[in-house]
Design a protein around this ligand. Structure first.
Ligand SMILES: *[C@@H]1O[C@H](CO)[C@@H](O)[C@H](O)[C@H]1NC(C)=O
Ligand SMILES: *[C@@H]1O[C@H](CO)[C@@H](O)[C@H](O)[C@H]1NC(C)=O
Ligand SMILES: *[C@@H]1O[C@H](CO)[C@@H](O)[C@H](O)[C@H]1NC(C)=O
Ligand SMILES: *[C@@H]1O[C@H](CO)[C@@H](O)[C@H](O)[C@H]1NC(C)=O
Ligand SMILES: *[C@@H]1O[C@H](CO)[C@@H](O)[C@H](O)[C@H]1NC(C)=O
Length: 468
């Protein structure tokens, strides 16, 4: 009976978790990233493609963990940071090949050698109940640890353990240096823990996430302003100022689109070879102001048209960026996407779709070290017959913002890759919804069944000794 009672207590917990999940799905306004990986020789179940703006709910995470723990070790390391946002990775992980400057060397090298999963957007309500979820999943109680305690602990691969490491995050987001130092310190601690696990040869499953996001949307804009002189454009060049300002399109006196790139190259296939032309000298720099006729922006759509003459033998040549933004209910946030890039040359049009690969929160800018139509393409010809099949376009160190531009500088940049490999970013989000819904439904039914078991009325009554 005790067992049955425990079972029903556990089921009740689960039901609460599920209900919270249902609640969270409607109430999810804060998001944190969640990174999961395993020690050598184990692999995590794969995930299908991300949907822009999707956040992982309680039931989705629970169902994923359920599947994952069938094949991954039950010695679980949970690194629970005070705060974290996915932007911390892009901001402090040394983008554009600046690996020396990374705050996450241990995490990066671990991820390269192991099976991993990144969920960029998990409801913070879900991540903060992760200790409870894991406790339920592993059927063991959590131990709050630090690396010194871990070194003294004898773990046994066949006995499940849930080890929780609390990591700090600097309280003020404005001071870039101190945040970076704290993150480096945390990364060092993660490295230390993994080395100890390695030396004990106990296989493990590790999760790195946070209780709350380090940046809320409302904080983003003041945050950018407080960075002040160190504008984010400068940040791109690791502290040295950008050599030239972005192209700026103004509507009714205020800037509404910004574009910056190191190289904007177009190539056309002619008699067996690609003829290249670099548009940057006519686009950016001192004394250069490209014509922007045909550009426009409103609250939901924006379009930047760069007009050129005499490019690759065409008298008029236009490079057009088409962007839109919309609200995604599930992430409670507006996202913008770059839907198309078009070339218009002497009355012909070539259109490339941005598919869904080029997107960022609407208040941010989008940045990518390379946007091309041929190498790991983010842009694909609109159809097999489109003129775009005769063209290649390639943008280096590309940054664009089509909405919520404040002043002459880009808002905070959402980077296309950060330090994660393209593979991780491709396979990153939970969206096998059909399976999830089915599992979820079954789960609910099973929970309801066990919940029917309350105390046994025929059993002996509980007696409380009354002596003294
Ligand atoms: C691990 O635990 C199992 C089951 O409790 C036990 O049989 C085994 O001896 C333990 N191994 C070590 C190395 O302690
Ligand atoms: C820009 O493109 C030119 C050729 O079009 C190339 O020589 C140069 O290396 C490129 N610069 C960068 C930074 O990729
Ligand atoms: C913005 O422009 C697009 C495209 O021209 C149009 O479909 C849309 O209705 C406009 N929205 C507003 C709010 O004006
Ligand atoms: C590109 O986008 C257009 C319109 O959004 C769509 O009709 C077309 O199927 C897309 N093409 C590809 C290859 O995705
Ligand atoms: C962004 O722009 C939209 C439409 O112009 C506006 O409704 C929204 O309040 C702006 N958001 C921020 C954070 O400025």
């Amino acid at each position: 009976m005790a067992a049955a009672r425990m079972l029903s207590a556990r089921s009740a917990l689960r039901l609460v978790a599920l209900l919270l999940g249902v609640f969270a799905a409607g109430q999810c306004t804060e998001h944190v990233p969640l990174l999961m990986w395993t020690s050598d020789g184990f692999s995590l179940p794969s995930q299908s493609d991300p949907a822009a703006g999707h956040s992982v709910s309680m039931s989705e995470l629970q169902s994923y963990l359920n599947t994952a723990f069938r094949s991954t070790p039950h010695n679980v390391l949970l690194f629970l940071q005070d705060k974290l946002s996915v932007d911390d990775f892009t901001k402090y992980a040394g983008v554009f090949g600046n690996k020396q400057g990374s705050a996450f060397p241990n995490l990066e090298s671990t991820l390269q050698s192991s099976s991993s999963l990144l969920l960029p957007s998990v409801c913070s309500m879900v991540s903060s109940s992760l200790p409870m979820l894991l406790q339920d999943e592993l059927n063991t109680s959590p131990l709050y640890m630090d690396p010194d305690m871990l070194a003294q602990l004898r773990l046994n691969a066949s006995v499940p353990a849930l080890l929780i490491f609390s990591l700090p995050y600097s309280s003020s987001g404005a001071d870039m240096m101190s945040v970076k130092e704290v993150l480096s310190g945390n990364d060092e601690m993660i490295g230390q823990v993994l080395r100890i696990m390695g030396s004990q040869s106990v296989p493990y499953t590790a999760i790195y996430t946070a209780l709350r996001p380090s940046r809320l949307m409302e904080e983003v804009i003041p945050d950018v302003h407080s960075v002040g002189a160190r504008s984010l454009l400068q940040y791109r060049h690791e502290g040295s100022p950008a050599p030239y300002p972005p192209v700026e399109f103004k509507e009714r006196g205020s800037a509404c689109i910004l574009l910056w790139a190191k190289n904007l190259t177009v190539s056309e296939y002619r008699s067996g070879r690609w003829e290249r032309h670099n548009l940057s000298p006519k686009t950016f720099g001192e004394g250069v102001s490209p014509k922007l006729e045909g550009s426009f922006c409103n609250a939901t759509h924006s379009r930047l048209v760069l007009n050129y003459e005499d490019i690759l033998g065409y008298r008029s040549f236009k490079l057009i960026f088409v962007m839109s933004q919309r609200h995604y209910k599930v992430s409670a946030r507006r996202w913008f996407t770059m839907d198309q890039v078009q070339l218009e040359y002497d009355r012909k049009t070539a259109s490339f779709n941005g598919s869904r690969g080029i997107y960022a929160p609407a208040e941010y800018s989008y940045r990518c070290h390379s946007v091309t139509s041929f190498r790991y393409p983010l842009l694909t010809p609109r159809s097999a017959k489109d003129n775009a099949n005769d063209w290649r376009i390639s943008f280096d160190d590309f940054q664009i913002q089509g909405f919520n531009v404040t002043g002459k500088e880009f808002s905070y940049a959402s980077d296309c890759a950060g330090f994660f490999t393209p593979g991780i970013w491709m396979g990153l989000l939970i969206s096998a919804l059909m399976v999830l819904l089915l599992t979820y439904g079954l789960h609910m039914i099973m929970q309801l069944h066990t919940m029917d078991r309350f105390d046994d009325p025929k059993g002996p009554a509980i007696s409380v000794p009354q002596s003294e």
